[in-house]
Write a protein that binds this ligand. Structure first.
Ligand code: TZP
Ligand code: MG
Length: 213
């Protein structure tokens, strides 16, 4: 598998139903320097998800940026995505790996220290600390925020890439990288910004100043 840059993951905003807006924002995130894209759709039907996924893949390919799909292995396989992001209640990691093979990225959400030391988390390509802070974007199935302390504790136990998600913006991104995360994943800091491309660039600069990139 090629080395993946997890610095700035843009997770698409499934509240945007209008395709033009959805793809404009995705392209501005790519232009602004997002290093990986996660397509996350929680409410649409399968055919809509599949069609969005196909278009996302074409756009990400244009910028040479990996695309991973939230939850849906079938869609990841159908469009030859670069991988999936799964949660604790999704397809078990071992099954996902069997279906996708070794060349694809599999990320797993963890919400506790205990989950971070489980064999599936240790085997995954990266874990997503979910959530790090409170967020208004995800309203259901949201665990208690782990905070910076939780991130530090998990960093000590986990030696593969860690990406944090939930309530991250330009005011707190630096602190997350400084405390051991390899990257951040954001929805609203980009999708709801007045100028998504400028917002992405600003986040990227903050992250690159703090990290080793
Ligand atoms: N998983 C945990 S928090 C979250 C997801 C998908 C939403 C993050 O959205 P935002 O707007 O970056 O807080
Ligand atoms: Mg999931």
């Amino acid at each position: 598998m090629p080395k993946v840059d997890y610095t700035l993951m843009y997770v698409t905003d499934d509240s945007i139903k209008q395709d033009n807006t959805f793809f404009n924002i995705l392209e501005t995130a790519l232009l602004g320097g997002a290093t990986i894209i996660q397509l996350r759709e929680k409410t649409c039907d399968t055919v809509t998800f599949y069609q969005r996924a196909l278009r996302c893949k074409a756009l990400c390919d244009k910028y040479n940026i990996p695309l991973i799909i939230n939850d849906r292995l079938d869609i990841a396989l159908a469009i030859n995505a670069d991988g999936v992001h799964i949660g604790q209640a999704d397809m078990p990691y071992s099954v996902a790996r069997k279906l996708l093979g070794n060349s694809k990225i599999i990320g797993l959400s963890v919400s506790t220290k205990v989950q971070a030391v489980q064999p599936n988390a240790q085997a995954a390509d990266y874990i997503g600390i979910s959530p790090i802070f409170s967020t208004k974007t995800k309203k259901t199935d949201l665990a208690k925020p782990l905070g910076i302390l939780g991130l530090k504790e998990i960093r000590e136990l986990y030696n593969k890439p860690i990406v944090c998600i939930g309530g991250i913006h330009k005011g707190n991104a630096q602190e997350i990288i400084a405390n051991g995360a390899d990257g951040i994943a954001v929805v609203s800091a980009i999708s709801k910004a007045a100028h998504p491309e400028a917002a992405t660039k600003e986040l990227k600069e903050i992250l690159c100043k703090t990290g080793t990139n």
